[in-house]
Design a protein around this ligand. Structure first.
Ligand SMILES: Nc1ncnc2c1ncn2[C@@H]1O[C@H](COP(=O)(O)OP(=O)(O)OP(=O)(O)O)[C@@H](O)[C@H]1O
Ligand SMILES: [Mg+2]
Length: 225
């Protein structure tokens, strides 16, 4: 479902953020990306999201090459991706429910159906009692869960989460990870970056990629029958 061949990314200022990455990720796989600050984790996710494009090599997602241009393929692809990124902040002044619904507008279903689905997503992340709360009145962990609900409610093929456990204590971080892990069973590919290497040791049946200086230095796939 995701294939990278000799993929490199050089930013306009000359920084080589990713070098010669070869990667294959299957449908339904759950992938943790760890690595020190500046190693290229966010850059890799940005490529997967079409926020950046390969400067060398190739990246193919669901059979479509990721190349620059506002073509229809790219739009369709983006609709299949649920991002949990700091760049896509929640909208302050709006409720949890409204925030989740904002991520779904383009799905084209009727407003009542969208509302129902948004509600279901919030129940799934354990926020049924915060549906009407304005997002700025929620704790950081709760806001992360709203962001996950928003990504999940789009029913994407791929969920991309950049540091979704950042700033959370261990229990809350594990809760977020277990929520994301649930989607693995739905044939959804889940890709998560994290600094919290100690947290993922206990998670079974996942792929672990470790990055250093723009390269993948360790790749461990764990298949659980
Ligand atoms: N827009 C940009 N322009 C130039 N260089 C960039 C840009 N974004 C990131 N970089 C550089 O690319 C490299 C990889 O950055 P990236 O954000 O991918 O690291 P990261 O692994 O996500 O780090 P962190 O753990 O701190 O989030 C770093 O050297 C960074 O300074
Ligand atoms: Mg980062």
């Amino acid at each position: 479902m995701i294939t990278a061949n000799k993929l490199s990314l050089r930013y306009p200022d000359g920084t080589l953020a990713l070098r010669d990455i070869d990667l294959h990720i299957d449908k339904g796989e759950m992938v943790f990306i760890t690595g020190p600050s500046g190693s290229g984790k966010t850059s890799l996710l940005k490529l997967l999201l079409g926020m950046e494009f390969p400067t060398e090599g190739s990246l193919t997602i669901m059979g479509k090459p990721m190349v620059k241009g506002h073509n229809k393929d790219m739009r369709n692809l983006r609709r299949n991706i649920g991002p949990v990124f700091q760049e896509f902040k929640l909208i302050e002044g709006r409720s949890s429910l409204e925030n989740v619904m904002t991520g779904m507008r383009f799905l084209g279903s009727n407003p009542k159906k969208i509302k129902e689905e948004a509600y279901k997503a919030l129940v799934k992340v354990g926020l049924e009692d915060k549906i009407k709360s304005k997002v700025e009145n929620l704790s950081w962990g709760q806001q992360q869960r709203v962001a996950i609900a928003r990504a999940v409610a789009r029913k994407p093929s791929i969920i991309l989460a950049d540091e979704p456990t950042g700033n959370l204590d261990k229990d809350n971080a594990l809760h977020i990870l277990s929520l994301l892990k649930e989607f693995k069973n739905n044939n959804t590919t889940v890709i998560i970056t994290t600094h919290a290497t100690h947290l993922i040791e206990d998670v079974q049946g996942v792929t672990h990629l470790h990055m250093d200086n723009g390269s993948i230095t360790v790749e461990r796939k764990e298949i659980v029958g």
